[in-house]
Write a protein that binds this ligand. Structure first.
Ligand SMILES: NC(=O)c1ccc[n+]([C@@H]2O[C@H](COP(=O)([O-])OP(=O)(O)OC[C@H]3O[C@@H](n4cnc5c(N)ncnc54)[C@H](OP(=O)(O)O)[C@@H]3O)[C@@H](O)[C@H]2O)c1
Length: 281
């Protein structure tokens, strides 16, 4: 039995679908069972909350492998690892973040991942860590202004990101969950090429059939725009830190690990934009 945590989210829902397609038995741990009906009848749904360790036991009972994804902070996933150890889980696949810059240090928005990775390494359970780069699907956040004004705004200058399709992230997770030989490995998961935000916006424009424009804005303007969406202040500051690192060239790394695990190249951003064009029309 495979347990998927984070199953209602972007990557987790794709992992569930692909595990079912691979013919494996899958269970999801969710806070709200009504949100999990989308997974269909083959998926076992168990209610639990990572913030409340006393709710976690039933989800881990009889489980061999766990896909562990959450939005943090670290205590959530440490609770999951402790519950997995108590239940005798054999292998945890931890979804993490690559970090930015020459030292590959995580920023405040994701530095909790490193604490979880350390706890997992010390747990005695076999592990695999999937270090994701920026998701292609982050571009969905531009949809409102691209639709209304034909423009997307960010404080990233000409900085590039080797954005990765969430479907490829899920495919790697499912390969690790269903095939042997990935224990003790850390995979850096990126798309096939680093693209500036202007290049990404241009590719979305090609997919929707009208010219769209990226506008580089000063950090103060980006702060105002993010704050107006209702985003909590610490998250806004975290996003600004990420944008500054991207602008400085810290997110350009292109890794071959997706291809190494899947035996095929990762999908391009152009293909992602084609598949999601309706969102931007
Ligand atoms: N976006 C990027 O570019 C990027 C890059 C690298 C790494 N990452 C990492 O990717 C992860 C986010 O992935 P995603 O976008 O697929 O996530 P997402 O769509 O935001 O989904 C997060 C999932 O976690 C579940 N969850 C949150 N708190 C929980 C709790 N207390 N108990 C049980 N479940 C809980 C949520 O459940 P509910 O449905 O109940 O809310 C949801 O299913 C983060 O760890 C982030 O650091 C993101």
């Amino acid at each position: 039995m495979i347990l998927v945590i984070g199953a209602n989210g972007t990557v987790g829902s794709l992992v569930v679908r692909q595990v079912v397609e691979a013919g494996q038995k899958v269970r999801v741990l969710v806070r709200d069972a009504s949100k999990a009906t989308k997974h269909g009848g083959e998926v076992e749904v168990v209610v639990g909350d990572l913030a409340r360790p006393e709710t976690l036991g039933p989800a881990f009972s009889g489980v061999e492998k766990v896909f562990l994804l959450s939005t943090g902070p670290e205590r959530m996933e440490i609770n999951a690892i402790d519950a997995a150890r108590a239940a005798g889980v054999r292998h945890i696949i931890k979804f993490s973040s690559m970090g930015f810059g020459p030292e590959r240090d995580a920023l405040r928005i994701g530095n909790w991942h490193r604490a979880v990775e350390a706890h997992l390494a010390a747990s005695g359970i076999a592990w695999t860590v999937l270090l994701a780069g920026g998701f292609s699907s982050n571009a969905l956040g531009w949809a409102p202004t691209l639709k209304a004004q034909g423009m997307a705004f960010a404080a990233t200058g000409d900085g590039k990101v080797a954005v990765v399709d969430p479907a490829d992230l899920a495919a790697v997770a499912v390969a690790v969950l269903t095939r042997p030989g990935h224990e003790g490995r850390r995979y850096e998961l990126t798309g096939p090429e680093a693209l500036s935000f202007a290049e990404q916006v241009e590719l979305i424009g090609k997919a929707v059939g009208r010219p769209l424009r990226f506008v580089d804005v000063p950090p103060a303007a980006a702060r105002d725009a993010l704050s107006q969406t209702g985003m909590p202040a610490p998250l806004v500051e975290g996003m600004l830190e990420v944008m500054a690192r991207i602008k400085a060239g810290g997110a350009e790394t292109v890794s071959r690990d997706v291809e190494q695990v899947l035996g095929r190249k990762p999908r391009t951003f152009a293909a992602w934009a084609e598949a999601n064009a309706a969102v931007f029309r």
